[in-house]
Write a protein that binds this ligand. Structure first.
Ligand SMILES: [Zn+2]
Length: 661
């Protein structure tokens, strides 16, 4: 069995985790869960970095012993990660004995190799960064990240690591292993940095108590970065547990933020080269997250609490947003409005609605049980197979955003398949019975496959969907991530997975929303049902006067007509209005917004038949309330006196929002 060992950066514990920190852990978790889905034995390591001077200072400020403070913070971090369903296998703290063993061991090996020498450091140090600073790093004599914190001038005995010696070996390694550092933009930056020459670096601090003493000089402790990097190896037994180390080292993947790429792709591999230990196979430097386009910063009040974000819509909606909306490796933005919008579009209207519709139709037409009945509809099966392949290719190279999009393409294709095959029409004709069964089977199979593909991203929701389509159990990609044209699907009809978020429920969070505001659901304005005719009710062809209409005396001018704004709309959702035989509540996309419209067409159309359909609506009608629902606009349909309403349609559906005149 193959193995996969992956890590995230370990976190300074001097402040609570924010959404940017959570983003890294969730993305790494998706990779870990994908590897497990592939049947790979996986070890997913996370941890806390506790030997920072910042941590020491925060503890002192709170009147706590540093270790007691770190214990508290460990609880903060791990409870956040558990809340977000981050499935780490092990969690290391740099104050643990196993880490001290690893650091001591590696420092001694590098020292024995002749790559650590004593010297004096004369220069600046930023305590907030916990980094030595050269003049070229400063702006106006200050740390650019911490301009209000005075730099310290250090003049102390330090030990130096001969990083300069590893310029050539590092370049050779990058040349021989183009996959070592990803994405390419980071690789190019780091290559330029190495090519410009490397200086030896200080790896110790003198006269400090908070840290791990160096084995060759107990008066010095390891510099916090030298200490922290070693966690990846000490967590799997470096210097203490040879069997575990042999089993898991080298790491297959370090997932880190782009700001610490230099430490992971230059200093860390050089340390390992010096100690004659294998290098990690890949380092992936993800981008930063902004809030409404602004850097997330505590002092600017532009951070987001990941727990609050999960509480708002659920853990899986948050995970999906972060994975699907942000290209892994690039920078990404979070906004509460966009988060709400994507929830409604991807989950409430799309995936959740699909699961409800298919299980409702299977229940209504086949008592919830469907098996292949032929004739086989190969069309959706082919799409499913192609998407499963695309998904694998993307996930194998950590393009997790593409993996998420692929799964959603299958969901879109299934919605289209239902619109095209129209099960509600097949149900009317006994000779279409087998065809109907097959269509429902195919739709259920597509849902099953999509849920398997989404399981690393939305673990709990995928498990729930699999249960509802009668396919529970832990999925395996080789076995379950393929189209299955056989067997029986037993579908459970249950409540909505993701109730639609109405705009009024909005934001605990409206405070932080500058920038892209998308109106999701205008106060449901309302509309007149078509079967309660009123003088204003339009006919099917309002602009095509007939001989009969020519006889009508009160014709209107073109100006009067143009006051009525007719628009193309796409139906996103449709449901019966409770206690009404005639009314349907529609959610329609009218181009720049989504609206609720109530229409009296329930006797002519099954709600499922309308989703995805392009219709025409009166856009600028005053809202009205019908059966307690506000309708905002009116649907155009031909309404013969004694017959059923027929919706106005188009030969080729124009985009929603197109003016009709
Ligand atoms: Zn700084």
């Amino acid at each position: 069995m193959s193995r996969f060992y992956l890590t995230t950066a370990i976190d300074y514990v001097n402040s609570r985790p924010h959404l940017g920190t959570a983003y890294e852990k969730i993305c790494a978790d998706v990779i870990a869960r994908y590897k497990r889905l592939c049947g790979v034995e996986t070890r997913f390591m996370m941890g806390n970095d506790e030997h920072s001077q910042n941590v020491f200072r925060s503890a002192v400020e709170q009147g706590l012993e540093p270790l007691a403070y770190c214990d508290q913070m460990e609880h903060e971090f791990t409870s956040t990660w558990r809340r977000l369903d981050v499935s780490y296998d092990d969690f290391i703290r740099t104050t643990e004995p196993r880490h001290r063993t690893g650091v001591t061991h590696l420092a001694q090996r590098i020292f024995d190799a002749g790559d650590i020498y004593a010297g004096t450091y004369d220069g600046w140090y930023c305590v907030r960064c916990d980094e030595f600073k050269q003049d070229k790093d400063l702006v106006d004599g200050k740390c650019p990240l911490h301009p209000t914190t005075p730099l310290q001038w250090l003049n102390e005995k330090n030990y130096f690591f001969r990083l300069s010696k590893y310029q050539r070996p590092l370049l050779d390694h990058f040349g021989a292993h183009p996959e070592f550092l990803q994405p390419d933009i980071r690789r190019n930056e780091i290559l330029r940095l190495i090519e410009s020459g490397l200086e030896d670096i200080s790896v110790s601090r003198a006269g400090q108590s908070w840290g791990i003493p160096l084995p060759f000089d107990s008066g010095s402790v390891a510099y916090v970065w030298f200490d922290a990097l070693i966690n990846y190896a000490s967590a799997v037994g470096l210097g203490g547990d040879a069997a575990t180390f042999e089993r898991w080292w080298p790491a297959d993947l370090h997932v880190i933020g782009k700001d610490i790429t230099r430490f992971h792709a230059v200093i860390w591999p050089a340390m390992l080269m010096s100690a004659k230990l294998p290098l990690p196979r890949r380092v992936f430097g993800h981008g930063f997250m902004t809030l409404n386009g602004q850097r997330m910063s505590k002092s600017l009040g532009t951070t987001v609490d990941p727990g609050e974000a999960a509480d708002r819509l659920g853990v899986d909606p948050l995970r999906l947003y972060l994975v699907k909306e942000i290209t892994f490796g690039g920078d990404g933005d979070f906004s509460w409005d966009r988060y709400d919008e994507r929830y409604n579009v991807d989950l409430a209207n799309n995936l959740g609605n699909l699961v409800s519709r298919v299980s409702a139709m299977a229940g209504r037409y086949r008592q919830g049980r469907v098996s292949p009945a032929g004739p086989v509809s190969e069309q959706l099966a082919r799409v499913g197979e192609e998407i499963a392949r695309t998904y694998r290719e993307a996930m194998d190279v950590f393009a997790i955003h593409d993996g998420a999009s692929a799964a959603f393409r299958l969901i879109d294709a299934t919605n289209e398949f239902i619109a095209e095959t129209a099960p509600w029409s097949l149900a009317k004709n006994p000779s279409d019975a087998n065809r109907l069964t097959q269509v429902l089977f195919d739709a259920a199979e597509a849902i099953r496959l999509a849920a398997v593909l989404l399981s690393p991203i939305m673990p709990k929701s995928s498990a729930e969907i699999l249960r509802r389509v009668g396919a529970d159990g832990v999925p395996l990609l080789d076995r379950d991530g393929v189209w299955r044209g056989h067997g029986e699907r037993v579908l459970a009809q249950e409540g909505p997975l993701w109730p639609r978020l109405e705009k009024d429920a909005a934001s605990p969070t409206a405070r932080a929303t500058q920038g892209a505001v998308v109106v999701i659901d205008r106060p449901l304005i309302q509309e007149r049902p078509l079967d309660t005719p009123t003088p204003q009710q339009p006919s099917a062809s309002p602009v095509a006067p007939t001989a009969a209409s020519a006889a009508v005396p009160d014709r209107i001018s073109i100006d009067e007509f143009m006051k009525v704004e007719l628009r193309v709309a796409k139906v996103l959702n449709a449901e019966k209005v409770p206690k009404s035989t005639k009314l349907l509540k529609l959610l329609v996309d009218v181009g720049n917004e989504q609206r609720t419209v109530v229409a009296g067409i329930a006797e002519s159309y099954e709600p499922e038949a309308l989703v995805g359909r392009t219709i025409a609506v009166v856009f600028n009608l005053k809202p009205a309330k019908l059966m307690g629902i506000e309708s905002n606009g009116m649907v155009l349909a031909a309404s013969p006196d004694n017959g059923k309403a027929t919706l106005v349609g188009f030969e080729e559906p124009p985009p929603p929002g197109t003016r009709v005149r």
